[in-house]
Every structure is written in C-alpha cells, then in structure tokens.
Ligand binder design. Structure first.
Ligand code: NDP
Ligand code: GDR
Length: 365
C-alpha cells in the first residue's frame, strides 16, 4: 500500500511541518525523510504517544533519526516564534487546522484559534525570523462554498458558507497578502477532498470503508447523511506530492489540487462495498433510501437525518489544469484503487466495528 516518494531536488534542508499528527503530514513527512530532509513536526500532543502519532507509526517513520517532534499549540504566538527561530526552516508546510467541518461550526472560537490565529502566528514568525523560507498553506475547496459555477479554478470567487470555509478563506487571503505585500514565498494549495487509510473515521470515506470492510459482522446498517452529495475525492499521497511541487516551483502561487471528477456519496459507498466483495443496490429516496446487498437483500446502508448536510446547488469540483500545466501534477491514483487500499487496511483492524462509527461521528455535542 505504500507508494514510493518522489525524487527531490532539495536534499538535506530543514523543513517545518505543522499538523504532524494528521493524515497529510504523515505522508508528507515520509516523503521528506525519504528525500533526505531534516524534519521538525509540530502537533499539540507530540509526546510520541501512540494515539497522537499512530499515522507516523503506521508509515514506520515515527522513530526516524531525522524527524524531531515538538509539542506546541500554534495559537500561542511566542511559542510559534520560538519554534521558527530555533529551527530556522528553509521550508514550512502549514497543515495544522481543525479540519472537521461540523466541528468548526460547533466550536467557532476554537476554529478561529486553530485555523486563523495559528496561521497569523506562523506567517508573522516566518516574516520576522525566516523570511527566505518557502511556505505552503493548506487552503480548501470549502472557500468556494456556495459556488457560482463548476468546476472551480484558482480565480473562482470565495463564497464560504460555513465556519471552516470562512477560516480557510481568511487564511488563504492572508497568505496572498504576505506573498504580495511582504515578498514572502507563500503558496496556497486549494485542496479538494483527499483520503487514505490514515483518514479520521469521522470523514465519510473512512466511515464507509471501515464499515464495508467489516460488514459481515455488522449488527445494524451503516448510517449516512445525504447520498446525493457530489464531491471531488482523490488520494492523499498524490496531494502531498502536489504540495512539494508548489515549493519546488520558481515562483509562489495558488494551485487547485483536485481530480476534476465529481462523484456521489452513493457511488463512493458502492465502490467500497465492491472492494469488500458486496454488490450494493439502492432503492427509495431521501430519508427513506436504503442500500442493500443485491445478492442477499440484507440492508447495509440507511439515511440518517443526524448526518444530513444539504448538498451544494453547484457541486464542488476542482479544475486542476493549472497545477498540471505549471507543476506537472495530476491526481494519478484512480478512485477504485485507493478505495481498495482503504478497505484492505480496514479489514486488518477487526476491532473497529461498525456500531461505534456512529458514536464517534460528530461526538461534539
Ligand atoms: P487532519 O485533521 O488529519 O490534521 C490536522 C492536524 O492539525 C491535526 O492532527 C491537529 O492535531 C492539528 N492541529 C489542529 N489545531 C492545532 C493547533 N492549534 N496547534 C497545533 N496543531 C493543531 O487534516 P489533514 O491532514 O486531512 O489536512 C491537512 C490540512 O489540509 C488541514 O489544514 C486541512 O484543513 C486541509 N485540507 C484537507 C483536506 C483533506 O481532504 N484532507 C482538503 C482541504 C484542506 P491535534 O488535534 O492532534 O493536536
Ligand atoms: P468534508 O468531508 O466535510 O467535505 O471535509 P466529509 O467526509 O465529512 O464529507 C464529505 C461529504 O459527504 C457528505 N456526507 C457525509 N459526511 C460525513 N462525514 N458523514 C456522513 O455520514 C455523510 N453522509 C454524507 C457530507 O455532507 C459532505 O458533503 C473534508 C475535510 O478534509 C476538510 O478539512 C476539507 O477542507 C474538505 O474535505 C475539502
């Protein structure tokens, strides 16, 4: 399941990666270490405890001699300044964020601290203490929100329609300001959904693959929200290569990273069940729709209003042509391949049984 890292032209430089306990940072740090970099990873609970660092451990890099892990809350400005001063990075990947969309709405002040204040602290520290560093900022398709048209490209207007999208739109604009008015090398990656076996199970892909992988032992159907929602889903290791390409580019810019293809949650579920050897058919509509095993008739998926988010009138689908043209980047892993990867990984964890999934989901009160 592990794809080889890309060749790097920038061996041996010091790199600072925030959000080191997260999905993308795990793949990125693995690539950077394989390419010869010294890496400092930052996360709030970087105590080398299994719970905080299970992703780095899964990729067998948590004990790498060139990886230094530092515990820090990026919302604290003096801490961030000290971190940048001590590491004097030549590259910074800012991946830390509260990335769960409903949690941002549930805890708006935390969202501002983790997504906005942390980004201001980091950009200020880079400006004052490491102005020659190249910085990557993780922006999101959620900045487009109530999009005017589809697909969305780098110049598409921002119309965020939730707290998460608003914080990302602010940070994206701020990064552009530091690039244009302070002369820093700051690249914004406008990232569309990207997934892997390291994804938190609160997100719909991993929620589905975990259930599909263990469906034979399931005592009740999988509860999902809106099955008609269209999303542009890709594979996370491809996207972290795009991030690296942005910092390799001669000039800093904004780049959409996406597949350019929209699929429904229903299709996603069907593909996951196919990977688990089950043909999933659907009948009914709205809250009454169910997905069932076409061979046995057993109901495996139902629609649950508590997970329902209205779908966008214009789907969020990215136009990645600029990244392809300028960076040679494309989301190269086909969906059925990465879904198979996720289901296979989840079949190796039989304790992650289905009834918990619903409890874990949005356990924010
Ligand atoms: P994850 O949620 O897996 O990782 C983000 C990490 O940020 C978490 O592990 C969290 O660590 C850390 N973090 C949050 N707040 C703080 C803080 N105040 N101080 C220090 N660390 C903090 O996200 P992904 O890896 O999936 O995504 C990486 C980035 O890309 C995020 O910014 C996300 O918003 C963005 N993005 C991701 C997309 C995707 O599909 N994956 C799509 C679009 C954008 P902990 O809580 O353990 O302390
Ligand atoms: P998203 O990811 O909110 O797009 O944020 P998520 O996987 O949660 O939702 C994707 C789409 O699936 C629909 N959906 C469900 N979602 C969840 N979680 N659970 C369900 O049961 C369910 N049923 C249907 C959602 O309504 C949504 O439309 C991710 C994060 O990585 C963000 O940080 C990132 O910025 C965006 O992707 C792009």
């Amino acid at each position: 399941n592990v794809m080889p890292p890309p060749p790097s032209l920038r061996r041996g430089r010091d790199v600072l990666v925030t959000g080191a306990s997260g999905q993308d940072a795990a793949f990125l740090i693995r690539d950077l270490l394989h390419a010869g970099h010294e890496v400092t990873g930052v996360c709030r609970a970087c105590t080398r405890s299994p719970s905080a660092l299970w992703r780095l451990a899964t990729l067998s890099v948590v004990d790498h001699p060139r990886l230094d892990l530092v515990a820090a809350d990026l919302a604290d400005a003096p801490t961030v300044a000290d971190l940048v001063d001590r590491t004097k990075p030549s590259e910074v990947y800012h991946l830390a964020a509260e990335s769960n969309v409903p949690r941002n709405d549930a805890f708006p002040l935390d969202a501002v601290q983790s997504n906005v204040v942390a980004s201001v602290n980091l950009l200020e520290a880079v400006r004052n203490l490491a102005p020659h560093a190249r910085t990557f900022i993780a922006s999101s398709s959620e900045v487009f929100g109530d999009a005017a048209s589809s697909p969305q490209h780098e110049r598409h207007p921002y119309r965020p329609r939730n707290m998460y999208g608003a914080t990302k739109a602010f940070t994206h604009s701020l990064a552009t300001h530091y690039r244009e008015n302070h002369g820093l090398f700051v690249a914004n990656g406008i990232l569309f959904n990207h997934e892997s076996a390291l994804r938190d199970p609160a997100f719909v892909t991993r929620k589905i693959t975990r259930y599909a992988a263990n469906a034979r032992n399931a005592r009740e159907p999988l509860h999902l929200g809106n099955l008609d929602t269209l999303r542009d889903w890709g594979y996370a290791p491809d996207y972290v290569r795009g991030m690296q390409a942005m910092l390799e580019a001669p000039v800093a810019g904004d780049y959409v990273l996406a597949t350019g293809v929209a699929r429904t949650v229903r299709t996603l579920a069907q593909q996951a069940f196919v990977a688990a050897g089950v043909t999933l058919a659907f009948e009914g509509s709205g809250f009454g729709e169910v997905g069932y095993d076409a061979n046995t008739g057993r109901v495996l998926v139902c629609v649950d209003p508590s997970f329902w988010r209205p779908s966008e009138s214009v789907p969020l689908v990215g136009d990645p042509s600029k990244a392809f043209r300028d960076l040679g980047w494309a989301a190269s892993t086909p969906m059925h391949v990465w879904i198979e990867t996720m289901v296979e990984a989840d079949q190796g964890h039989p304790n992650l049984t289905h009834p918990k999934i619903r409890i874990l989901q949005y356990s924010t009160g």
